[in-house]
Design a protein around this ligand. Structure first.
Ligand SMILES: *[C@@H]1O[C@H](CO)[C@@H](O)[C@H](O)[C@H]1NC(C)=O
Ligand SMILES: *[C@@H]1O[C@H](CO)[C@@H](O)[C@H](O)[C@H]1NC(C)=O
Ligand SMILES: *[C@@H]1O[C@H](CO)[C@@H](O)[C@H](O)[C@H]1NC(C)=O
Length: 324
């Protein structure tokens, strides 16, 4: 046990060094708004992270690249980890899926022509896949309540133009939207056939990143290293942003019928993950990670914010190790 803890702390040095909170990145604060935009990003944070957490810099990159008619909001949910109790993770994830669907619905009711972009990390990655394609079922030692998928043919599902998740706890190996070295491994728990069927209509606008050795999204890829769960945003922010921008502006994004899209993108929109690869559902896997201690976004000094993000990083590492 002592060895495990030492290992976790050593790995703290590899925790994401970018922005974790709007206090740390004032330009991010300007993007956090419920206003109607051409593009609106929904960010689901990882376990025990502050809002918006590890995906902060990615939000900025994507909004910049889309030309600025862009904003974001956090999916408000507890993000409790399994640390918080046997049922905590499942309760948190289930409530996140419900909250997310309500937030997307509320947004598209007000802003029917907005295009939605979905980001999720760790528990938040699972929640994103859940609210998009449907979720629920056993995860580690708990059972998550079921939630239905979003209908691809009507709002808010029809408004979704790109979705990207990193290190999802509940995921299936070898899907057409699986990427990186852990792609052919199941997550902590499998995603059910039903849930995978719910994701299928989104396959061409979805990416599920999983590193080899990530103990959360690919626990059977050995050796597992917590750092492999935490380095997505150091390794892939640029390529992820490029893919999101390109996909959001592509055919699925209904490019032609929106207001003028001024994409003075500083990022070249190179080839993205092209048309959906029509693949069938491989297997059902669902994984869970720990979750978060939700710290409501903007409050506190930047020192406090940095301290809290450091603590959050440590907490995530410990959770990865202890989880299930
Ligand atoms: C995209 O086009 C489809 C089909 O015309 C339509 O149903 C959907 O609402 C459009 N989505 C957006 C965001 O404009
Ligand atoms: C993933 O899980 C599914 C469902 O339990 C199983 O059928 C499949 O063989 C697993 N795949 C891998 C690569 O572990
Ligand atoms: C779960 O997270 C919420 C919000 O941060 C917190 O208030 C609550 O105490 C947490 N639950 C447990 C069991 O730790």
């Amino acid at each position: 046990m002592k060895t495990i803890i030492t290992f976790a702390i050593l790995n703290a040095a590899t925790a994401y060094a970018g922005c974790m909170t709007t206090e740390q990145c004032p330009d991010l604060l300007a993007l956090e708004t419920p206003d109607c935009h051409q593009y609106h990003i929904f960010v689901t944070r990882g376990s025990d992270s502050p809002y918006p957490g590890h995906q902060s810099d990615l939000v900025r990159l994507v909004c910049d690249g889309l030309g600025g008619d862009c904003g974001f909001e956090n999916i408000i949910y507890p993000a409790n980890s399994s640390y918080a109790g046997r049922e905590a993770w499942c309760q948190s994830a289930a409530s996140g899926a419900v909250a997310a669907q309500a937030q997307l619905t509320e947004y598209t009711d007000r802003c029917p022509s907005s295009k939605l972009i979905l980001f999720g990390f760790s528990q938040g990655a699972s929640v994103t896949l859940d609210y998009l394609g449907g979720g629920g079922g056993p995860v580690g030692k708990c059972i998550q309540d079921n939630n239905p998928p979003l209908d691809r043919l009507k709002a808010p599902g029809s408004n979704v133009v790109a979705a990207i998740v990193f290190g999802a706890a509940v995921r299936a190996a070898s899907m057409p939207y699986s990427f990186k070295g852990g792609k052919d491994f199941n997550g902590t728990s499998p995603r059910s056939e039903k849930a995978l069927a719910g994701l299928e209509p989104y396959a061409d606008i979805l990416r599920d990143y999983c590193n080899f050795g990530d103990p959360v999204c690919a626990p059977s890829s050995q050796p597992a290293k917590v750092a492999q769960h935490l380095n997505y945003f150091d390794l892939y922010n640029d390529e992820a942003a490029e893919w999101v921008i390109d996909t959001a502006q592509g055919p699925s994004g209904n490019n032609t019928n929106t207001k003028s899209s001024t994409s003075l993108s500083s990022m070249p929109s190179t080839a993205s993950g092209g048309p959906a690869r029509a693949t069938s559902i491989a297997s059902s896997l669902q994984t869970t990670t720990s979750s978060t201690i939700p710290k409501s976004s903007s409050s506190g000094s930047s020192t406090a914010a940095i301290a809290s993000s450091t603590i959050a990083s440590l907490a995530i590492m410990l959770q990865c190790i202890y989880m299930y």
